[in-house]
Each structure stands twice: as structure tokens, then as C-alpha cells.
Design a protein around this ligand. Structure first.
Ligand code: SAJ
Length: 401
């Protein structure tokens, strides 16, 4: 069996590698020639523990080859980005162009699968596109939607062990896709239709966004009421049917802060809670920046000098080096812009160098600063002793104080 993966990014490349490792012949396609070249040299262009060794193995024994153009295969997988446009409208143009690129190669009996997070109805749209251009293939190919669920950093394990949802345009398509994924997935493959599978992916990430928004809203209430939100959530979670997540300085990354808009854009009247959750999580970052600015002004009035401030963390979540859509980066930028001349030390222990921020070692910054702002709950920060002579703004629960 030969499979063609359109898109060699954070999901496409690991999936292609794991499929190759399980004996499937893979052609991996990417529009970026550097990605193609690096992949063919066995060099991983993304950061993912354990993946480098696997890539080298499948490239050297010829099971994975990368190219900028597709090749005739038995199955085709669309694993390209689906960003949103300025007004939070989903942009499926990459899925469409990847689909257009493989249409000439399709033949009777082939499987076509979309993995990219997509608005409801995308699989139907691509089905129409395929049959408009290739009416000869009507009822002769299999079409399905199968979203990924992996957590970056734990991809090798989760790609194999997580359950997956597979929704075909009809039952035979679902079965054909289940047959493909069962070659390397040990989790249960749950069968449904394509619209439900599309909505399921959006629901998973929106559910997490709404739950985090609840925790963030509690943090705003508790700040005003003079209650320790960490203690409160810990106590509330002692109830057998309550499980509140943790507040932070906002929600970042390319999934949870994006996918809910795919629902709100198409269902603006119905999706009240989902839209509000996005607003609350975005507002939380703005609120944190304002808090820092106010504390700085207060310090200046009391001490007749500008404070030294340590902004602790830039990543979008703890213990990673990924700064995409990170609220901590937004807060740091906003604080730097609003208070020129103040001495701001930027800390991100998981990144060596940054082209915009001059980075300072976390211990040195903690030592030097008058105001410590904890933005990301990186493990190393938890070893810093609590110094009550400093002003500490703990937005992510380092000390849970
Ligand atoms: N966060 C909080 N409080 C929490 C948990 C998370 O503020 O209690 C914040 C994080 O700091 C971060 C953001 O939420 O800024 C997102 O982090 P995350 O760990 O919740 O999720 P991602 O974006 O790394 O990965 C998610 C996962 N989805 C779910 O858990 C439902 C992953 O399984 C998906 O595969 C991925 O999105 C995706 O690609 O869609």
C-alpha cells in the first residue's frame, strides 16, 4: 500500500513517519522545498521528542520519501493548516489547493482523507470539488474525515494509543478509512459520518477553551473578592463531580485559541458560550498586562524610581519552547511598549535566543528584579524560593499564593 501525505508539518510529518514505520510506503508532500530537502536527508524540521531517530530509520530504508509534488498512491491525506482570516472566518484554501493537487492522481478504489481541523461541511465541499473535476470517480473512491488529537511533545505515544473518530461520506468510506488507520492505531477507531467527525474535533478544543475560561473568570472574581483562586479551585475540586481547570494568563497555541472560531463563524446566533469563552480568555491576557502596568506605576510613586521587572516565561504553555499565539509574549510586548525606560528582564528558559527579546537567565532575573511576574508555570520556576521582599504577580500558580 502507498499513501501520500499532503503537508509535512507538526501533524503530517509524525503521522507519515509512524505509518512508514508500520510498513506503509509513504510519499510526503510539502510546498516548502527546505522541508522536503531536510526530510529526505533524515533531518527533522520540527521539535518532537524521539521523532528524529524514527525519521532517519524510515528514510534510510526507503519507506518515506518527500517531494514538492504528489505521486500516484492508494490513499491521500490532507494534513495542511487551516488558519483563520482577519475577521475570525476559517480559511480552508490550503485544504482546497492540496485537494486540487491530488485530483489528477486519483483512481478507482482510492481513499481520500482530510485530517486538518476544518469547519463543518468541508468534507462535503471537497467531495463536490473532486466529483466536479472527476465525474468518472463518482461512487468509485472513498472519502472520509479523521481529525488528529495528539498533544505536541507526546506525539509518538498519542498517535498510536489515542482513540480516533472517523467519519466517512458513506459507510463504505468509513470502513475503508478504519482499515487504513488500524494498521498503526491501537486506540479504538470510532465510526461516524463526516459532519459529526468535523464537529467533534471543534467540540473537543472548544470544550477545553470554555473550561479554561471558567477558571479564568473565577480568577478575576477572586482577585476582586480577595480570595486565593488556587485554594478555591482545589477545594471545589474535592467535590466528586467537579473538575475545574487552572487559570493562567490566557489561552495560546494554534489549536484551542483558534478552533472555537470555526464554530462561532458558522453558528453566530447559537454559539453564545463558545464565543464568550474566547472573549474571556483573550481578555485575561489584557487584564494581566494592565495589572503589571498598574503595579509598576504604584512602585514608581512609592519609591521615586522605575522598578526592575522580570517577565517569567514566553511560551504558550509550561515546559515547551513554542511561542505561537502565546499570551505571555503578548503581555510582555504590551508591558514593554507602555513603560519605556523601565528595566524589563525577559525570561524563557526553554529558548536559547530570540530575535525580538533579549533573554535573561531565570535565576539572575529573579535575583535582580523588584517585581516578578510569573506568566508560564515552567517547572524550573517552581524551584525558586518565595521571597516576600519582592512584589510577586503570580498569574499561573507557581506558588499558588
Ligand atoms: N491552559 C490553561 N489552563 C489549563 C490548561 C491549559 O490556561 O488548565 C492553557 C495553556 O497554558 C495553553 C492553552 O491552554 O495556553 C492550550 O494548551 P493545552 O495543553 O490545553 O492544549 P494544546 O493547544 O497544546 O493541544 C490541544 C489538545 N486538545 C485538547 O486537550 C482538547 C490536543 O489534544 C489537540 O490535539 C490539539 O489541541 C490540537 O491540535 O487541536
Amino acid at each position: 500500500m502507498k499513501a501520500c501525505f499532503m503537508g509535512l508539518g507538526y501533524i503530517g510529518l509524525p503521522t507519515a513517519i509512524i505509518a512508514a514505520k508500520h510498513g506503509i510506503q509513504i510519499i510526503g508532500v510539502d510546498i516548502n522545498p527546505n522541508v522536503v530537502e531536510m526530510t529526505n536527508q533524515g533531518k527533522l524540521h520540527i521539535v518532537e521528542p524521539g521523532m528524529q531517530e524514527l525519521l532517519q530509520e524510515v528514510v534510510s530504508d526507503g519507506r518515506l520519501k518527500a517531494s514538492t509534488v504528489p505521486e500516484v498512491s492508494d490513499a491521500y491525506f490532507m494534513v495542511v493548516p487551516t488558519p483563520f482570516k482577519g475577521n475570525h472566518e476559517p480559511d480552508i484554501s490550503y485544504v482546497e489547493s492540496a485537494t486540487r493537487a491530488i485530483i489528477p492522481f486519483l483512481k478507482e478504489g482510492d481513499l481520500y482523507v482530510i485530517e486538518s481541523t476544518s469547519p463543518v461541511g468541508t468534507t462535503d465541499k471537497m467531495t463536490n470539488l473532486i466529483f466536479n473535476l472527476r465525474p468518472d470517480l463518482r461512487d468509485k473512491i472513498f472519502i472520509a474525515y479523521c481529525p488528529e488529537r495528539v498533544l505536541p511533545g507526546n506525539v509518538i505515544y498519542e498517535l498510536v494509543h489515542n482513540d480516533r473518530v472517523i467519519g466517512g461520506m458513506n459507510e463504505v468510506s468509513t470502513e475503508k478509512a478504519v482499515e487504513f488507520y488500524s494498521q498503526f492505531v491501537q486506540g479504538t477507531l470510532h465510526r461516524t459520518n463526516c459532519k459529526t467527525a468535523e464537529m467533534c474535533k471543534l467540540t473537543e478544543n472548544s470544550s477545553r477553551d470554555v473550561q479554561i475560561a471558567f477558571a479564568n473568570e473565577l480568577s478575576l472574581i477572586c482577585d476582586k473578592a480577595g480570595i486565593n483562586v488556587w485554594e478555591l479551585i482545589n477545594l471545589a475540586n474535592k467535590h466528586p463531580r467537579v473538575n475545574i481547570l487552572q487559570p493562567g494568563c490566557g489561552v495560546g497555541g494554534h489549536c484551542i485559541a483558534v478552533d472555537p472560531y470555526f464554530i462561532t463563524a458558522d453558528f453566530p446566533i447559537e454559539s453564545q458560550i463558545i464565543a464568550k469563552a474566547r472573549e474571556i480568555n483573550n481578555y485575561k491576557a489584557f487584564w494581566c498586562a494592565e495589572k503589571v502596568e498598574n503595579i509598576m506605576l504604584k512602585f514608581e510613586l512609592e519609591h521615586h524610581r522605575k522598578p526592575t521587572i522580570a517577565m517569567m516565561g514566553l511560551a504558550f504553555k509550561p515546559d515547551i519552547d513554542d511561542l505561537r499565539e502565546a499570551p505571555a509574549k503578548y503581555i510582555t510586548t504590551k508591558v514593554m511598549q507602555s513603560c519605556n525606560n523601565a528595566d524589563i528582564l525577559v525570561v524563557e528558559p526553554n529558548v536559547k535566543e530570540h530575535k525580538v527579546f533579549k533573554l535573561t537567565d531565570y535565576k539572575e532575573a529573579y535575583e535582580k528584579a523588584d517585581i516578578i511576574v510569573f506568566l508560564v508555570a515552567h517547572s524550573v520556576f517552581k524551584s525558586l524560593p518565595y521571597d516576600d521582599k519582592k512584589i510577586i504577580l503570580d498569574f499561573c500558580g507557581i506558588y499558588k499564593k
